[in-house]
Design a protein around this ligand. Structure first.
Ligand code: F0G
Length: 465
């Protein structure tokens, strides 16, 4: 009998199996109502023991592999010149292509140092949408961040395949307005977090490179989720279908001058980061500054074992099978929620599902914190912890003291890598659906405590009646 050949569907099923599990506590509705009240209706202030499925962040929450754990036992805890540092340096050079690397305790440690070295008071830093810690370090160094992402990124329904792209006209206008001397670098993020994990295309990055080179402006790459960006390039950009994630990542990095990395995301570790660059004098300044804030340039605030786990994690993170499963799981959850009519940011991004709280709760105005409210309601319903990414995260204008009112008012359900199962994703979707059915009864929140920096972490709220 003749068997007709069929194009075989490639499932996103995980390329690993479980060897150890962590038991979770199931809570009652009453326990959760009390827990969120005590947390001031801020999911950052919940105790993790009161959380069932923790989708607060994909940062430092991934499961390490047996190889990474084995690497932890190979820690060379020498103060200077640890063998693990040289493994990390070699991995960064081989996988990302940057010449010099300096470890830091996490991403913001690198952002602090790069901002302090490169930014002068009064400088302008254009970028493809702000990130909370990145912008704050730019501001603390005396700079002002200017958003030059394409307009489509601010519209949760727009289906542009590369919503992380930079609008070249906006960037060009800024260079004309302020002059290239006032712009030390363009801050280019891959898989733009605050836009919903949206990728930048290589074509766009090349065009940004051409424009900035003409003016002698550098590009500093926030490469926290570069592998996820590369997967979308492979899926969506002509000419990249047959390239591997490893090759695409290297090409992206080659179009930039340096990078800051939070290895707690893509690179599959619970703690760690680094900065990397090609310019020797920038490296020398950074390796001098790192001893002030983080530690010697061969450990930067990390244990040797952390650097070993990171260098193994970086290599694992670049496997096509790994990324297919990682993003496949995010897409599984997103499609399920869309089928239930939940308004989410589209296209589905790389690291989580972003629920459009403005559309979910149209009766709650933005100054009553709809996304903050929705995150608290989802927690009360099921013990699923998510995070606000809207007006609370955006903070206040440093000149006027007014709230920023971002277009996107989102709740982020962020998926840790290699941690939860498809059944967990079903529970998450069912819980959001339940809250959606009862949305008319939900009221907003009042902000009653606000810290000075990065207020979303520690702000407290009370319910409006
Ligand atoms: N850049 C991006 C794009 C990030 O998402 C983060 C952290 C950082 C820099 C800072 O790195 O936390 O290691 O100091 N994002 C986490 C999140 C906190 O939940 O999105 P870090």
């Amino acid at each position: 009998m003749e068997v007709k050949s069929q194009a075989r569907k490639h499932s996103w099923a995980e390329p690993y199996k479980m060897k150890m599990v962590e038991l979770l506590k199931m809570t009652t509705h009453e326990e959760r109502v009390n827990a969120i009240r005590e947390a001031g209706y801020n999911t950052f202030l919940l105790r993790s023991r009161d959380v069932y499925i923790d989708l607060l962040t994909d940062s430092g929450t991934s499961a390490m592999s047996d190889h990474q754990w084995a690497g932890m036992m190979m820690g060379d805890e020498s103060y200077a010149g640890s063998e693990n540092f040289y493994h990390l340096e070699k991995t960064v050079q081989e996988c990302y292509g940057y010449k010099y690397v300096i470890p830091t305790h996490q991403g913001r440690g690198a952002e602090n140092i790069i901002s302090k070295i490169m930014i002068q008071p009064g400088d302008i830093i254009p970028g493809n949408m702000y990130f909370t810690t990145t912008r704050l370090h730019q501001e603390l160094a005396g700079g002002t961040f200017e958003d030059v992402i394409i307009d489509e990124a601010h519209d949760s329904k727009n289906l542009h395949p590369f919503k992380g792209n930079i609008d070249l006209n906006k960037l060009d206008a800024l260079i004309k307005k302020y002059g290239a001397k006032k712009i030390p670098y363009v801050s280019v993020a891959t898989a733009v977090n605050m836009a919903g994990g949206q990728p930048i295309s290589i074509a766009n990055l090349k065009a940004v490179r051409a424009l900035t080179e003409k003016h002698g402006i550098k590009i500093i790459h926030d490469m926290t989720r570069v592998a996820e960006n590369a997967w979308f390039v492979k899926q969506r950009e002509t000419g990249y279908e047959n390239k591997s994630v490893t090759e695409i990542v290297k090409e992206i990095c080659s179009l930039t001058d340096g990078a800051t990395m939070s290895a707690k995301k893509d690179a599959l570790v619970n703690i760690g980061g680094f900065m990397a660059m090609n310019d020797k004098s920038l490296y020398e300044e950074a390796s001098n500054m790192v001893v002030v804030y983080e530690g010697l340039h061969t450990y930067g605030g990390l244990a040797g074992r952390d650097m070993e786990a990171m260098s193994i994690g970086i290599r694992e993170s670049l496997s096509d099978d790994h990324i297919r499963a990682r993003i496949g799981q995010v897409e599984y959850l997103g499609h399920k929620m869309m089928a239930a009519g939940i308004p989410i940011v589209q296209p589905i991004g790389g690291h989580g599902i972003f629920v459009d709280a403005k559309e979910f709760l149209p009766h709650i105005s933005q100054n009553k914190f709809p996304a903050q409210t929705l995150a608290a309601e989802i927690y009360i319903d099921s013990g699923v912890r998510s995070m606000e990414r809207g007006i609370v995260s955006a903070g206040r204008n440093k000149e006027t003291g007014e709230h920023y009112f971002p277009e996107l008012e989102l709740v982020r359900l962020t998926i840790p890598r290699r941690v939860y199962t498809q059944a967990h994703m079903d529970v998450v979707s069912e819980s959001v659906e339940e809250v959606f059915l009862n949305r008319k009864n939900i009221k907003g929140l009042n902000l009653n405590f606000e810290p000075k920096y990065l207020r979303f972490f520690q702000a407290r709220f009370e319910p409006l009646h």
